[in-house]
Design a protein around this ligand. Sequence first.
Ligand code: SF4
Ligand code: SF4
Length: 380
Amino acid sequence: MRLPMKDGKIDAERAIRQIRHAVDQGVNYADSAWPYHAGESETLLGKALKDGYREKVKVATKLPTWMIDRREDMDRFLAAQMKKLGVDHIDYYLVHSLSGPAWDRIKGLGVADFLDRAKADGRIGNAGFSYHGFGVDFQPVVDGYPWEFCQIQYNFLDQKNQAGTAGLKYAASRNLGVIVMEPLRGGNLGRAVQPPAIQAIWNEAKTRRTPAEWALRWVWNHPEVTVVLSGMNDEAQVEENLRIAGNARPGDLTADELSLMERVNRKYQELMKVPCTGCGYCLPCPSDVAIPFCFEEYNKLHMFGEIEPVKIHYAIRMSGILADGKARYASQCIECGECLEKCPQHIQIPEFLAKIAEEFEGPELERRLALAQRLFREKA
Ligand code: SF4
Ligand code: SF4
């Protein structure tokens, strides 16, 4: 997903060199998906895995759930992906970007039958799903099919967001392998330059580590985690991640280190504009507003200052183009007040939603949506 770029395209020579170097050093899992790099990621990975590299890694890619209209589409996409990757077997195949509604829709289109058959005839080895929905909808997805594994967003800031720690533990208790994505929250937790109040806490640590190392070690500290997708894109990151992965073990962090990280977490939460924990108690909203997701994007925008990528992400998420097509924008709030008494943080939800609508929507929303459609809906 984060391959090196040159002149607006994947820098193929450099990306292949990086992937092969990482594999030579022991990396044995390569994750791709249909929409990454506007459809070019799987093709690039296929090239990198030639010359004997295919046998050294587990290949993972994903069914683009939002582009599936009928049962036959699933086989068609899988065949196209095997062709792009140049393989006759995908070791780890995921139903991409599930949420509660996206799961209901794809289940209704027959995904269980598709996965059963693809496993039985050897096109895929293990069936899993990646998840970006509310915490409350995670368990029904885990229980909805005999999955071998799942992929969740997990890092020391997202302990209660999306699947969160409860989801990690539940999936592991059901014997699923757990692949962790976004261990650095889109790279933000690993930035060399941190907000001053955060850096001041890191400076107190007895062992000097980069923010990326702290964040990655925190994820690897959990025995339930099977694989961490660390999303490297330059050589220095590859080297740093290889070094950390080479000696990080579950349970390695000391009680003092964990409590220092908890202080960093709390400081980040304080810096957030809205003190939303992502618990989801305010849901469902009668107007379908995805309240916690709106707040997550708003906080991200104000905490890390990456304005346009966050606004595009908001457009993708709230338009529902990756789920069931149902819109969930902040501007849909009709100020009924139903959510107010349900929020344990006593957040003035409609007031914040009005600010979010103003900041994230308006005339630019259409342009961002058109861009997202181009990125995600390239047909097989
Ligand atoms: S106040 Fe707005 S966000 Fe809250 S439940 Fe009503 S419509 Fe939904
Ligand atoms: S707005 Fe309140 S109830 Fe809703 S997810 Fe956030 S903290 Fe929980």
